[in-house]
Design a protein around this ligand. Sequence first.
Ligand SMILES: O=C(O)c1cc(=O)[nH]c(=O)n1[C@@H]1O[C@H](COP(=O)(O)O)[C@@H](O)[C@H]1O
Length: 224
Amino acid sequence: MSGCIYVALDTTDLVRAKTIATKVRNHVGGIKLGLEFFMANGQAGVREMAALGLPVFLDLKLHDIPNTVAKAIQALRPLDPAILTVHAAGGRAMMEDAKAAAPPGTKVVAVTVLTSLDGSDLAAIGVPDDPHAQVARLANLAREAGIDGIVCSGAEVAAAKKAWPQGFFVVPGVRPAGGDAGDQKRMMTPAAARRAGASILVIGRPITAAEDPDAAARAIEATL
Ligand SMILES: O=C(O)c1cc(=O)[nH]c(=O)n1[C@@H]1O[C@H](COP(=O)(O)O)[C@@H](O)[C@H]1O
């Protein structure tokens, strides 16, 4: 079913973002606006996109000291996003303060291990554990901090959900079978990620870079 797909509108071009959102709107549950869009279009751009009527996932992956993250989220409150991201590596106090600063209806979710990283990338930044163990550790911290859920790859979501049945699980790094990986390293098909327990799937280029984004979204939806 289509409600679980959030299309990642990774562009600086507001007109392009609106055009794609309008094309795919019947096959997605919401739109995700990230750093690229926000840096170029700011809160005014987010408001224009919200006017299309789809839930907005504002993916700014905030990561700073607790006070700074809380103040940044307070500044975003007027946008009242459906979902907002912080980095779990910012720590427990940061996540607690992020949740306290967010509008009551906003799900605050913590990015655990980016889907563009594998075990050797983690080793290079001084994390000896593999992605699975690191996601489990950060998911536990996020749960203890009282936020709503995490972002992880499809490969970790089943274990994370088992440990946190009430959690909200965002899964990016989603590719239809045979799809172009791009910069993603930990990938799964949409159907497999959903079966594994993803609450929502974040899908960007497989839809937005397709010649016909509407047909691409429809084809993915049909597999779910
Ligand atoms: O927080 C995210 O949404 C996110 C976390 C993560 O670990 N990996 C990841 O790819 N994302 C986002 O998910 C989207 C994936 O885009 P595609 O690779 O084009 O499907 C991008 O907007 C990323 O910013």
